[in-house]
Write a protein that binds this ligand. Structure first.
Ligand SMILES: [Zn+2]
Length: 145
């Protein structure tokens, strides 16, 4: 077989996590990836990595954000890093909940999982994903409007 069509496979993968951003931003990121400049750009912009490196620290971090902004929202039963969600669920973070009737009350149990790749990341990246998952305590579904 001729190697004429080989370069089809070399096309960069779609920027799946940036699909909601403008074409302009996506193009800029695409170019930085192609020119291998993205890591340099990000390290320059966000030089420090946070120290929230285990589940206990993550729980403290999430709870302090929750108490600051969403004090009256449902309690969280579990908060942890998960090293599989980006593969299995194709997600960076995950919010799950179960509701059940207890006596005459409807109780719900919420869990937040954060992709382990955020263990070594600038704090603003972690904050972004935590705030997103916390927002699901108020709004279960994604609103695409
Ligand atoms: Zn979400």
């Amino acid at each position: 077989m001729s190697s004429k069509f080989k370069n089809i496979e070399l096309q960069a993968p779609k920027l799946k996590y940036l699909s909601a951003y403008s074409a302009q931003i996506q193009l800029q990121v695409q170019q930085m990836i192609e020119q291998k400049n993205l890591d340099k750009y990000l390290l320059n912009k966000y030089p420090a990595i946070h120290e929230i490196s285990n589940d206990k620290a993550l729980r403290g971090y999430v709870m302090s954000l929750k108490n600051q902004y969403l004090k009256k929202s449902s309690p969280l039963s579990q908060i942890k890093y998960d090293d599989k969600i980006h593969i299995i669920n194709n997600a960076l973070g995950l919010h799950t909940y179960v509701s059940r009737v207890q006596g005459n009350k409807l109780k719900s149990k919420h869990e937040i999982r954060i992709g382990s790749l955020f263990k070594k990341a600038p704090e603003s990246f972690l904050a972004m994903i935590v705030v997103h998952e916390l927002a699901h305590l108020k709004e279960k579904e994604h609103n695409y409007s």
